[in-house]
Ligand binder design. Sequence first.
Ligand code: MTE
Length: 362
Amino acid sequence: MNQWGKRDDMLVHETEPFNAEPSPVALARAVITDVDTFYSRNHGPVPDVDPDAWRLTVVGLVDQPLTLSLAELRERFEQHSLLATLQCAGNRRSGFLKVRDIPGEDPWESGATSTARWTGVRLADVLLAAGIRPEAAHVAFAAPDRSELADPPQTYGGSIPAAKALSGETLLAWAMNDEPLTPLHGAPVRVVVPGWIGARSVKWVERITVQAEPSDNYFQATAYRVLPPDADPRQAGPGDGISLGAVALNSAILEPADGAQVTAGKLDVTGYAFAGDDRGVARVDVSVDGGETWSQADLVAQPSPWAWCQWRANVQVEAGQVEIVARAWDTTAALQQESARELWNPKGYVNNSWPRIHVHST
Ligand code: MTE
């Protein structure tokens, strides 16, 4: 266990800020990811917030600005829990690096995604208590962690449209898998925006501003945006590119591990697929001959509309080097794209091309 309560076998991309993901095999173990296994993505030092001194303010386009302590938040509003998958927009970026380099960004594998049971109150209930006004269009979140990576350096923030903020699923959560949030995951309270990129699930939230425009925070206005492949990210400024919100359909092969030695014959292949917001996973196929023929996988568990779907296929592998490929469809019949080449973008977000691994079969 490391200082942040994470397993020793995490793949640590950076220690300051701490950025780490579980191995595919560790992620495959359970539908609900243990806290010690859950990935973590940070842009600055983890703040040490005293839960007794912590206050949440709700300001902006509201009739009744609020200041709430943790006890008031828990007493005034009904408690809700839900299972939701968080997925970072940089998940599977490593697949893009085979196409072209992406300087300054972590090479996340398929573990920048994990699933937990979150408990807290509905953001909608707090916004309604504050008297959110009809002209409200966006709800912005501000946190105290300061990022030197932002241009200019600033504290972390972001926003979501008012409709998503008022949906029942968006939570102000204080517990993860029925335990109080750890400092790394946003204690005492974080936002959880199910089905949206992890960047909007702001940790250590301390101010909510209801406003007419999206947040002008660097992590909303400039980062977490898809630029066209020929754009120069050093020239990109606020408003450039496409802002990321709902998570695009994606999937990964978790077992066997890439590069594993396996026995020729019948082989179990497992993984996850995830489609954000109101889309579900409709079907997953697996190929062991480079996409010539496919076997339909069983969708084993999708424990909530907001969580990933775990799948399993039993395929026949012959002796030798074998490439295993998967492809998923969502409930809008969207199919993942075959290759990362068409999807490559200068900041390396949303690599949702078909996952591929290689095994040696004897
Ligand atoms: N909130 C704050 N305050 N600071 C951050 O750096 N990172 C965001 C989001 N919320 C971040 C944050 C990103 S990009 C992701 S993917 C998720 O937190 C990761 O949440 P986790 O560390 O609990 O897994």
